[in-house]
Design a protein. Structure first.
Length: 367
């Protein structure tokens, strides 16, 4: 399993993986089809690392055998065996394809399981994935002002990449979800897997995004590719966009907060909105920030007193008109030469289908 083609097949076919790295390594960066069944836990890994630095590889390996012995070894081998009984086609790896995966495979072979070990380990797998970002097919960007429903619009097309879904963030100051975003490494890994699975298409649909989506950033090769891609621009009235934002960022978000935080929902929801407004203070300027913040506080008070979310509509419209729309207009001017179509969903859909037809019928509409 050493060459690039084999590694691409691992991800295209979602072959199950046993990741024997320590939990701290797995949490920092892993793959969606991998299960973390470590040969060394975090503390054992730290001890072996210290020994390696002080006394060299042979002493470190000897210490590893001492640490993972007896009942601890039996428990770990049993976990691998249970996984292999459920996933007999699984592959195994550590960080670089070194001692940890080699020893794990030796122990499994003694139990009658000859498990393929991925040469180069996690580093080689990740290197293979990142190479897909550097060799993307042409992109087609769907753009539009805040609240245009670009993410939802793209869901009817194939092949399309949902950047915000992978980033677990809606892409604006108000875009965070209750659940945490992936680490940068996990974001890049998952994004690369999505691109790899679509690499055979002549083109891929993608939403217009800035460099950052919440706390994660787009890989530089993707950013460069997006700078030259043709743009299809969705247009919607400010009233329609404000209503869409109200439903998604207020009604839906409030229900999620109620379900997740129980008695603390109101406090957490207030914190979420106020922190989002304060995050764009410099861009708004002091006067506009004070106006929007005051409107948000008034809406929260109205919500507390009457149990109604309706008061939030005012600040949403205010923020669109005074901040998001002017900012988007400014950014759009810098890439106006790449805008190939502007209009309603119907107009943009017709152009996208016509354009992809010219690219050898790639990306047919599902809906």
């Amino acid at each position: 399993m050493a060459n690039t083609l084999d590694m691409q097949t691992i991800f295209r076919e979602d072959i199950p993986l046993i990741d024997v790295r320590a939990p701290v390594e797995f949490d920092a960066g892993a793959f969606s089809q991998a299960s973390n069944l470590p040969i060394l836990d975090d503390m054992q890994r730290e001890q072996v690392g210290i020994c390696y630095s002080a006394s060299g590889p042979e002493s470190a390996t000897s210490l590893g055998y001492d640490l993972v012995s007896g009942e601890d070894r039996d428990i770990k081998v049993a976990a691998w065996l249970a996984f292999l009984r459920e996933h007999p086609d699984a592959l195994l790896y550590c960080f670089r394809g070194g001692q940890r995966s080699r020893i794990a495979c030796e122990w499994l072979k003694a139990e009658g399981y000859d498990v393929p070990r991925i040469e180069g380990g996690y580093k080689a797998l990740r290197r293979c994935l990142l190479s897909t970002i550097e060799n993307l097919p042409p992109l087609i960007i769907v753009a539009g002002k805040t609240g245009s429903g670009k993410t939802e619009f793209l869901q009817q097309f194939d092949p399309a990449i949902d950047l915000e879904g992978i980033a677990n963030h809606r892409g604006s100051a108000f875009g965070r979800h209750i659940s945490a975003q992936p680490t940068q490494l996990n974001f890049e890994n998952e994004l690369s897997i999505h691109f790899l699975k679509l690499a055979q298409h002549p083109s891929i649909f993608i939403e217009d995004e800035g460099r950052m989506i919440g706390k994660v950033h787009l890989p530089p090769p993707l950013q460069e590719k997006m700078k030259t891609a043709p743009i299809a621009l969705l247009e919607d009235s400010i009233a329609t966009r404000a209503e869409r934002i109200y439903q998604e960022y207020i009604e839906l978000q409030w229900r999620e907060y109620e379900a997740h935080f129980e008695g603390r929902a109101a406090d957490e929801f207030s914190r979420y909105l106020i922190e989002a407004v304060d995050a764009i203070r410099k861009r708004l300027g002091n006067t506009a920030h004070s106006e929007v913040r005051g409107s948000v506080l008034a809406a929260l008070k109205h919500q507390e007193q009457l149990g109604s979310l309706e008061g939030h509509r005012e600040w949403i419209t205010l923020l669109l008109a005074d901040y998001y729309d002017p900012m988007y207009d400014y950014q759009l001017k810098k890439k106006s030469s790449r805008v190939k179509v502007t209009g309603s969903r119907e107009v943009v859909t017709d152009w996208l289908l016509s354009h992809t037809e010219s690219l050898k019928k790639a990306g047919l509409c599902r809906g």
